[in-house]
Design a protein around this ligand. Structure first.
Ligand code: PRX
Length: 630
């Protein structure tokens, strides 16, 4: 593990202390005081947060912890959309801008809270009309357009469980997610637009629903003129809304009713359907949006993720809208129409809180600071990062060039499973490049050895969460055993799957995954998923995949492939294999290097030892190889 990690180096890093005004004006105020209050009475802490929101009826108990199962706000009734929409419309925010979208060619769309509510209500009524009921699953596979958020909120309105699939996934990945979740309806669009080009999204859905017997309807947002033809059982997004009332009473949801499923990669070939529930997720994302991002009424908040990832669920849609923020979204990429695209949007929209990923920051660094320097970024007051470790060089650059050595950086550590931020350096607190920070009030985290003993400061180990939190996953869909594994790998605590170092003063440095998950440009990809995609190619007998450190993407994927008899290694075959992975899993999972080999290192029981391949590749000691077969 990490016993030989040289922590002295990282302890020597510079500390940056933000202007005291930040702490003084923050919703949270003093971190230590808030943390101590939480520790003194965790349930009272969460109850206070929950009371800031509207409930149809209150809870009997804040928490029921029956290890490894937790229930939060038991017996309470609510609907999250009543908090994300109606609460603001009935208040002073009726005409406040809820959502601003920017597309290519200067296209802009703006929704006030009132308008967003009426669109959501009409689409929710339309879904009800085609037979979608509370508890049904709806798959949403869409580009980053307002209708994607409207579809999610409409499902939430009527209690349908959404499973949003990122629009960059390929047909096989989408098919697996549709069939595993028994989706009754798939909502998609004809095209997604990237860098001036139209990508046919609907064609991928057509392929993905072959053999998906549960799908009754496909709803299509037709963006292109003239409209593409619809087939039997296909409905047009806006025609469905024609004549629908803009009043739609919210479904009464129990706090523990399933809210959504979101698939994430695991260490087997089959992604895990992470299940979140209504009440706890609402409280967790509301709390962190308000108190961690410190969103105020005059902020314009831009999270550059896609709602197809948990970052988008929690910090584009549900958290910021529950707070009543103005949310900005854009279909533009950071390098199109030119490398100033994002800085131009920050200047144009006067973005105040900007939340992005280290891989994007490293790309901005490569493109050069002359790009951001052309724009006025003075509206920014907080800048954030998520998805993988923010290395010190990227931190320094982000802080100096984008934050003008003034705005705090929120490096937020969390996961699809946690639903909400867990570890960060709260605004106003001293920032230490390389360290994400401390557990936020509401979260108890530690770094432990494999037996669960807390490690000494300055030492590495496994990151764990020591007690339940409201927005935690409740189960893995149809696979509760995989859920229990999180809490049973080390008895009594939630094992995250990341390696970390405990620094001085309780700051935590996240090193990366400890399992067979590779984080490529901030996206989780299971080695087993890529391996099974490769093996599904007719020329491949066996494959092993590793992550290789990459300056830009954090990691890149390298594959070792054994060919079936009768197939010969060639560059053409490599290209063919890359294309095959692209069409099955999507572009994010393409191996950037493929080696054809005759043998793979295996244990005597036949398990591929990826660790040995990785050590060989990087020219380092493979460690214990006593289980390696001859
Ligand atoms: O390894 C950690 C890394 O991303 C993993 C979770 O991935 P996912 O479920 O896709 O959610 C990503 C967005 C919340 C974690 O186990 N990770 C996430 N944030 C950070 C991070 N690693 C280091 N620093 C972070 N701030």
């Amino acid at each position: 593990m990490t016993e030989d990690f040289d922590v002295r180096l990282v302890e020597d890093v510079k500390t940056y202390t933000p202007d005291p005004q930040y702490r003084k004006n923050a919703w949270m105020g003093d971190y230590q005081k808030a943390y101590d209050e939480f520790l003194a009475d965790p349930d009272a802490f969460w109850e206070k947060m929950a009371k800031e929101l509207d409930w149809i009826s209150p809870w009997d108990k804040v928490k029921e912890w029956n290890y490894p199962y937790a229930k939060w706000f038991t017996g309470a009734k609510l609907n999250i959309t009543a908090n994300c929409l109606d609460r603001h419309v009935n208040d002073t925010r009726r005409n406040k801008v809820a959502l601003i979208w920017r597309g290519e060619g200067g296209r802009e769309r703006i929704f006030t809270y009132q308008k967003l509510l009426s669109q959501v209500a009409r689409f929710a009524n339309a879904l009800r009309k085609i037979g979608v009921k509370k508890g049904d699953t709806v798959c949403i596979y869409m580009p980053l357009v307002p209708e994607q958020l409207i579809a999610m909120l409409a499902c939430a309105r009527i209690g349908a469980v959404h499973s949003v699939v990122f629009g960059g996934f390929g047909a096989a990945a989408l098919n697996m997610r549709i069939t595993d979740a028994d989706a009754k309806v798939v909502i998609t669009a004809d095209i997604t637009i990237r860098r001036g080009k139209a990508i046919q999204l609907k064609a991928i859905v057509d392929e993905a629903i072959i053999n998906a017997s549960t799908v009754e309807h496909v709803v299509v947002l037709r963006r292109r003129e003239p409209h593409v033809d619809l087939h039997e059982n296909e409905l047009d997004f806006y025609e469905m809304m024609d004549g629908m009332s803009d009043v739609c009473p919210p479904e009464v949801m129990d706090a523990e009713d399933p809210f959504f499923i979101l698939y994430t990669s695991g260490s087997t070939g089959k992604p895990k359907g992470i299940v979140h529930t209504c009440g706890g997720y609402m409280v967790g994302t509301y709390y962190t949006s308000k108190y961690i991002f410190d969103i105020k009424d005059n902020d314009t908040f831009w999270c550059t993720a896609d709602p197809g990832w948990i970052t988008g669920h929690s910090y584009i849609v549900y958290g910021p809208l529950a707070v009543g923020a103005t949310v900005f979204i854009s279909e533009l990429t950071p390098d199109y129409p030119d490398a100033g695209s994002y800085w131009n949007l920050i200047e144009e929209q006067k973005i105040t809180i900007f939340y992005t990923a280290p891989t994007a920051i490293r790309m901005f660094m490569k493109m050069g600071e002359s790009w951001p320097d052309k724009y006025d970024l003075s509206s920014l007051r907080i800048i954030g990062s998520v998805g993988e470790p923010l290395n010190p060089e990227a931190f320094e650059w982000y802080y100096r060039v984008i934050g003008k050595s003034r705005t705090p950086i929120l490096d937020t550590w969390w996961q699809t499973e946690t639903g909400m931020h867990m570890i960060t350096t709260m605004i106003g607190e001293p920032m230490r490049p390389g360290f994400a920070g401390k557990p936020i009030p509401g979260v108890e985290a530690d770094v432990v050895d494999k037996d669960g003993n807390s490690v000494k400061p300055g030492t590495g180990g496994l990151l764990v969460i020591k007690s339940p939190w409201p927005a935690m996953l409740r189960t893995v869909y149809k696979d509760d055993e995989r859920y229990r594994k999180y809490w049973e790998t080390i008895s009594g605590v939630y094992t995250v799957g990341d390696l970390a170092v405990k620094g001085k003063d309780g700051y935590i440095m996240i090193l990366g995954r400890s399992d067979d998950i590779i984080i490529v440009a901030g996206h989780n990809i299971g080695t087993a998923e890529v391996e099974s995609a490769l093996v599904s190619h007719h020329a491949v007998a066996e494959a092993a995949v590793i992550g290789k450190p990459d300056v830009m993407k954090g990691n890149s994927i390298k594959a070792f492939v054994i060919l079936r008899v009768g197939n010969n290694p060639s560059d053409r075959l490599k290209q063919d294999l890359m294309h095959h992975v692209r069409t099955t899993l999507g572009p994010i999972a393409i191996p950037h290097e493929i080696d054809f080999v005759d043998k793979l290192p295996k244990t005597r029981s036949g398990k591929i030892m990826r660790r040995v391949l990785k050590a060989q590749e990087m020219g380092i000691d493979p460690g214990d190889v006593s289980t390696l077969e001859e």
